[in-house]
Design a protein around this ligand. Structure first.
Ligand SMILES: Nc1nc2c(c(=O)[nH]1)N[C@H]1C(S)=C(S)[C@@H](COP(=O)(O)OP(=O)(O)OC[C@H]3O[C@@H](n4cnc5c(=O)[nH]c(N)nc54)[C@H](O)[C@@H]3O)O[C@H]1N2
Ligand SMILES: Nc1nc2c(c(=O)[nH]1)N[C@H]1C(S)=C(S)[C@@H](COP(=O)(O)OP(=O)(O)OC[C@H]3O[C@@H](n4cnc5c(=O)[nH]c(N)nc54)[C@H](O)[C@@H]3O)O[C@H]1N2
Ligand code: SF4
Ligand SMILES: [Mo]
Length: 726
């Protein structure tokens, strides 16, 4: 039996795999013990990879719609025909309405993304939108504005204190972050968990703060106030490397432990203990967690809060702390910004980006300011901001433009590695918009509810059928292609390049394959992609506290506790807390009477990844139905028993899920699994694989009043709902 090295890539870490091949077919997949990061471990989902590669429902050929949209009637066509027709239609729509008439919706990073941004910039459309508005990117853009980089490498193994703030790592990063936390605890590190649910990590934490959902910013401001009042902050760092300390002090002054207890429901003494533990145990890490980022109105502020806490406590750029700079040789690699072609889109087209009038910080205006500040630094210290992570159109105005033609018509969209009907809030709005498109192209593994609405559905290759480079601030690891592409599956680079070649972008797509692109990226290291794979990756040697020499990549060159970019773009430059719009403290008695429970959605669980794995029998055996978790006392009051079907309603809509009773929940709060649809059901309209039935985004609003005013992040948590027996 032949054994080839490859990788999983069914989620963000690209865990190393060994493909056991017989007669040209993979027959077994095991973890690669020599992989420098995952060291042979695969999670529950990764172990189902084989079922995914050869699944009978996989798309293997391009399809063209022949019936009405959503009618489920398709004709198999060749790639040539698909690309020719799509390019011709795009050229026509561009001539008629301008390039901004084409939009893109993206999901979380599943395949390459620089190719998409490159294509869109060259085409002239600023309208790429999607989940990044809530997923990590509020933090990315905000951290750039605060200190000129994003913490992507918390040095958990060397930390003496780890704070998991809305981060469910045992379920979300089971092979990556979670083992590091276990390791740190074994070496005596303290663990603080801030989470409304008693997650696995909370059970072994030194302190667990069972916070009321949506109130994290008040808690963060409480920590800041206490750390300042008790003079527990890093005085030297604050004096020499920050600006805006006095304004910050004033902004957080009102958040006394008592007030914070009143807002968050966490006892004042516990809050004080946690703030002191974090500030006095160094080094400490406060890694990214989605809990704060999916809070709508407070999302951007929470990202600021996290960045400010790291700075106040002097935990930036220290061993065992939160790091933003590039390590050693990694800085030489041409990174994704080098491939995005952001300078190719004109100022006139940039100005048309939908949503950047409402949320300029997250559009070109914010990104341009972050980029300009970064450009003043010596090369190779802090990476420039990727447009993909910090410069997007907003999904709501994009959908509105499709539906109303205002401020201009958006008539075409491409969706790749995304399931917008399950991922974006206000499903009905997204559905109406997809239905109204003149041209909708989806590249996918399976026929999903979103793909079922398309004009062209194109088959995507699995990670083992395409190479990738896992590039972080600290290391670069090759993810080798394990097998030839099956049938007519292709990678996204092929798709964008072929489209680009047909649309006058020839000179900008010189590399024929992705591996050629990676050879270009690695050229400054004198390596090819193949050699990178043979060397088992490149690991940069980290130099700490380089800010002492170069400052930070912000307009002032210091950590901006008061953000000048926020201020310039009309956002509050110092922290503010906002009560969630739907809240148990609402002054509207009808709301709290009709919707008495707090709703959180989307807490990660295995083996599912968002809307995926619903076709995989072994995954469905483990989790056959969508589940809503409820505290036993609450369930009893509502007359609900384990396994009952329940109807969950918010003022936005209603769905059904099955009851799971657990005392890991607070009695005031329920937690509904997100992104459920049913591939076994009828894929035609109106059923559309049951996409409207149990999908939590039927419950999540996207109106401006629910979105963070800085970035437009919409809420997937801290909502109000009612739960009833079906
Ligand atoms: N209510 C609620 N909604 C949420 C969240 C929540 O917590 N609650 N979380 C949000 C977050 S953080 C995120 S990131 C989004 C996730 O949103 P998405 O990224 O859209 O989520 P997926 O369901 O994984 O959809 C990816 C789709 O792309 C396909 N796919 C996967 N890999 C590839 C590939 O390499 N190439 C191609 N062409 N297709 C591929 C899959 O088959 C799948 O249909 O959901 C968001 N939505
Ligand atoms: N199994 C699995 N793993 C995944 C994914 C997946 O779909 N499935 N998706 C991937 C993606 S795209 C992402 S972004 C990451 C996200 O990974 P995580 O950061 O772990 O995100 P979640 O599990 O959504 O939420 C984290 C925690 O936030 C808590 N929470 C909810 N509301 C609040 C609140 O108001 N305040 C606080 N403090 N906590 C709150 C939840 O109880 C949950 O335990 O996971 C990645 N990994
Ligand atoms: S954590 Fe699991 S799903 Fe994600 S890449 Fe690793 S093995 Fe695959
Ligand atoms: Mo995400």
């Amino acid at each position: 039996m032949e054994v080839r090295r490859s990788y999983c890539g069914l989620c963000h870490p690209r865990c190393g795999t060994l493909l056991h091949i017989e007669g040209g077919k993979v027959v077994k997949i095991t973890g690669d013990p020599d992989h420098p990061i995952s060291r042979g471990v695969l999670c529950e989902r990764g172990r189902l990879m084989l079922d995914h590669i050869y699944h009978p429902d996989r798309l293997n050929h391009p399809l063209k719609r022949v019936g009405e949209r959503g009618e489920g009637r398709w004709e198999r066509i060749s790639w040539e025909q698909a690309l020719d027709e799509v390019a011709e239609k795009l050229a026509k729509l561009r001539d008629q309405h301008g390039p901004e008439t084409l939009a893109f919706t993206h999901g979380t990073k599943r395949t390459y993304h620089w190719d998409c941004r490159r294509f869109f910039n060259l085409f002239g459309s600023p309208n790429t939108c999607g989940v990044n508005t809530i997923c990590m990117c509020p933090s990315y853009a905000t951290e750039y504005a605060t200190y000129g980089g994003m913490v992507m490498g918390s040095e958990i193994p060397g930390a003496k204190c780890v704070v998991l703030w809305g981060h469910n790592s045992s379920k979300s990063y089971p092979t990556f972050t979670y083992p590091m936390i276990n390791g740190a605890q074994k070496h005596g590190a303290k663990l603080i968990v801030v989470d409304p649910r008693r997650i696995k990590e909370a059970e072994k934490a030194d302190l667990w703060l069972q916070i009321r959902p949506g109130t994290d910013m008040a808690m963060m401001m409480g920590w800041m106030r206490h750390i300042i009042a008790e003079e527990l902050y890093d005085k030297d760092f604050v004096a020499n490397y920050t600006i805006g300390f006095d304004e910050l002090k004033e902004a957080v002054e009102a958040y006394t432990p008592e007030k914070v207890e009143e807002i968050t429901s966490v006892p004042a003494s516990l809050m004080v203990q946690a703030a002191e533990m974090y500030a006095t145990t160094s080094p400490a890490v406060l890694p990214f967690g989605l809990g704060p980022d999916k809070q709508g109105v407070n999302a951007t502020q929470c990202a600021r809060g996290r960045a400010i806490l790291r700075s106040l406590t002097g935990n930036l750029e220290v061993p065992g702390g939160d790091n933003i700079s590039l390590a050693g040789d990694i800085a030489k690699i041409h990174d994704w910004t080098a491939l995005e072609c952001n300078d190719m889109i004109s100022a006139e087209q940039r100005a048309k980006q939908l949503g950047s009038d409402e949320y300029p910080f997250f559009g070109f205006p914010g990104w341009e300011r972050n980029t300009a500040a970064n450009a003043k630094l010596p090369e190779g210290y802090l990476a420039p901001p990727e447009a993909w992570h910090s410069n997007l159109a907003h999904a709501r105005p994009v959908m509105d433009a499709i539906l109303t033609g205002k401020p201009y018509p958006v008539t075409a969209a491409i969706t790749l590695a995304n399931n917008p009907l399950l991922a974006l809030p206000n499903t009905q709005h997204v559905f109406e918009a997809l239905k109204a498109l003149k041209l909708y192209v989806v590249m996918e593994y399976y026929m999903t509810p979103s793909a079922a609405m398309a004009d062209y559905v194109l088959p995507a290759s699995t990670t083992v059928e395409q190479p990738e480079m896992w590039l972080t601030r600290d290391f670069c690891v090759a993810c080798p292609q394990g097998i030839d592409k099956i049938e007519e599956r292709r990678d996204s680079y092929y798709f964008y390049r072929q489209l680009g070649l047909r649309l006058g972008q020839e000179e900008h797509w010189p590399w024929e394959t992705v591996e050629d692109v990676y050879d270009y990226c690695l050229d400054p290291l004198g390596l090819t992609f193949k050699q990178l794979a043979e060397r088992n990756g490149v690991f940069g040697e980290r130099e700490y506290r380089r800010y002492e020499k170069y400052g930070f990549g912000t307009p002032s060159g210091k950590v901006e506790l008061k953000s000048s970019i926020f201020e310039e773009l009309g956002a509050s430059p110092v922290p503010v807390y906002r009560e969630p719009v739907w809240s148990p403290k609402s002054e509207d008695p009808d709301l709290t009477r009709e919707y008495p429970l707090i709703l959180i959605t989307g807490s990660r669980y295995l083996p599912m990844y968002h809307s995926e794995q619903r076709q995989i029998e072994k995954a469905r055996k483990k989790v056959p139905d969508p589940l809503v978790s409820i505290h036993p006392d609450t369930a009893a009051k509502l007359g609900l028993a384990e396994g009952d079907w329940a109807v969950i309603s918010t003022p936005q809509g209603s769905i059904r899920q099955r009851v799971r009773i657990t005392d890991a929940m607070h009695p005031s709060t329920v937690d509904a699994q997100h992104s459920w649809w049913f591939p076994e059901r009828n894929g035609k309209l109106p059923e559309l694989f049951g996409v409207f039935e149990s999908n939590t985004n039927m419950l999540c609003p996207d109106d401006p009043e629910f979105c963070s005013p800085e970035i437009g992040s919409w809420p997937h948590t801290a909502l109000m709902c009612r739960v009833e027996k079906e």
